[in-house]
Design a protein around this ligand. Structure first.
Ligand code: NDP
Length: 447
């Protein structure tokens, strides 16, 4: 028993917590379940180190008129589409664990059936995963509470967590009516990306980095998420959201937080969140004078998009942190679709070195050093430095010190696999805390 806990903890957490004994997937027949949640559950079961701990019933709940077999077929099709081996023992085992409850979230009957199922399975610590339209978050949590299911559960809430400060506060209050903060896991899959988590390690585990990580040496920071494709078949969804709500308030702000926070006193969930909240509090709310919103030319021709839509497909903002470490350093956050390239990265540009007046050579100042963190494949880090050009004189040229994480560090876990595994064992460090999420809304709210 002790050995098993140690194994789970090795991959997901660093302290003892109860492992969930049932996973209830609301929205089991939806797009997110098919694309990400079900394949990640397969990976978790496939991973021998955690399998015997996460070997729990999986109960889907959605409107579709399915039985257990219908949900198993849907899951199998999703796994095949994601190249998983459905001939082996993992699928055989997972298949047996899958159950389905058809029903509307507004109906009491759906939840009394669920309560019966969980009782039969002797579940005391269920994990409820809300992969459902945000308008149902409150309904489902209220229903769970009315049916006595919230006492010792955990609830994963998908993004978006609100659409502005007011609705995020309202959603938070709704959740807190039935749940304590420690039971709520606010999902932002960027926090499950290994190269994003690396930001903290890169800063804190390298003695040549942290001492210069401040306004004395850093000139500016650019955090970028560009895509060379448009909204594709998600026009109706995207038109009500836009670039800022879709990726800036959440994903890019998380990267910003990890780049700017002070070192936490310890690597515990609360200590990390405390520092993030501190830096978010020191960050000025966005100023419309320093924001650009744009829309690509063919956006309004997309199915589901309003003919006169004002929704932005491009968003850029300059942000400022009023702290001793960061005063005067601009942070440029930008995101958009249908652009020249696809990349998610953060580029830290250092101050220009002085002119190299070696032996009165009259050379101009070399370009600045840059650290480029790449969060999409091939993810890794590139450091731009100056070195002497061959030949006479002392002119410098930029050289790249490049590390590809897959090559140097090996296999990465998929973000959803890591996050679902963490929620199952009760590790909250990779999920947003209420004060931190609400503060990011405060920062973007003026826009
Ligand atoms: P879908 O519309 O594809 O799926 C919605 C799910 O909810 C379906 O299983 C549907 O059941 C069920 N449902 C809806 N209304 C009811 C109801 N009244 N009673 C019972 N079941 C109901 O949504 P997505 O999967 O795309 O998104 C789910 C959540 O995940 C959202 O919060 C979204 O923002 C978030 N998300 C989605 C991503 C994606 O790529 N899809 C990415 C990141 C986050 P049925 O199909 O049987 O009618």
């Amino acid at each position: 028993m002790i050995e098993a806990e140690t194994e789970v903890e090795r991959v997901t957490t660093n302290s003892r917590r109860k492992v969930c004994d049932a996973l209830v997937l609301f929205g089991a027949s939806g797009d997110l379940a098919k694309k990400l949640v079900l394949p990640s559950l397969f990976n978790l079961l496939f991973n021998l180190a955690v399998r015997h701990k996460l070997d729990v019933p999986i109960v889907g709940v959605a409107l579709s008129d399915w039985d257990d077999e219908g949900m198993r077929k849907y899951t199998e099709a999703s796994l095949v589409a994601h190249g998983k081996n459905v001939k082996g023992k993992t699928w055989e085992k997972m298949r047996e664990q899958i159950h389905f409850i058809p029903g509307n979230y507004s109906d009491d009957e759906t939840f009394s059936t669920l309560a019966d199922r969980l009782r039969e399975a002797r579940s005391e610590f269920p994990l409820f995963y809300l992969a459902i339209p945000p308008s149902f978050f409150g309904t489902v949590v209220d229903q769970l509470s009315r049916h006595g299911l919230t006492g010792s559960c955990r609830v994963v809430v998908e993004k978006p967590f609100g659409r502005d400060l007011e609705s995020a506060v309202e959603l938070n209050d709704t959740l807190h009516r039935s749940l304590e903060e420690r039971q709520i896991y606010r999902m932002d899959h960027f926090l499950g990306k290994e190269p994003v988590q690396n930001l903290l390690v890169f800063r804190l585990a390298n003695s040549m980095v942290e001492p210069i990580w401040n306004n004395k040496y850093i000139d500016n920071v650019q955090i970028t998420m560009y895509e060379d494709f448009g909204v594709q078949d998600r026009g109706a969804f995207y038109d009500g959201v836009g670039a800022m709500r879709d990726v800036v308030q959440n994903h890019l702000m998380q990267i910003f937080g990890l780049l700017t926070m002070e070192p936490p006193a310890e690597l515990s969930t609360d200590a990390i969140h405390d520092e993030q909240v501190k830096v978010f509090r020191a960050t000025r709310p966005m100023d419309a004078a320093e924001v650009v919103r744009g829309q690509y030319r063919t956006y309004r021709d997309t199915e589901g998009v309003q003919p006169h839509s004002q929704t932005e497909t491009y968003f850029a903002a300059t942000m400022w942190v009023d702290s001793w470490r960061w005063a005067g350093v601009p942070f440029h956050l930008r995101a958009g679709k249908e652009l020249a390239f696809t990349a998610t990265e953060a580029v830290v540009t250092f101050r220009n070195p002085p002119r190299l007046n070696i032996a009165g050579s009259g050379l101009s100042a070399p370009p600045p050093n840059r650290v480029r963190f790449r969060f999409t494949e091939p993810d890794g880090v590139t450091i731009e430095m100056q070195a002497k050009e061959p030949g006479a004189g002392y002119a410098s040229s930029t050289i790249m010190l490049n590390a590809d994480f897959a090559e140097s560090l090996g296999h990465e876990h998929e973000p959803y696999e890591l996050l679902i595994g963490a929620a199952m064992v009760g590790d909250k460090s990779l999920f947003g805390r209420a004060d931190s999420v609400l503060r990011t809304w405060e920062i973007v709210d003026p826009i």
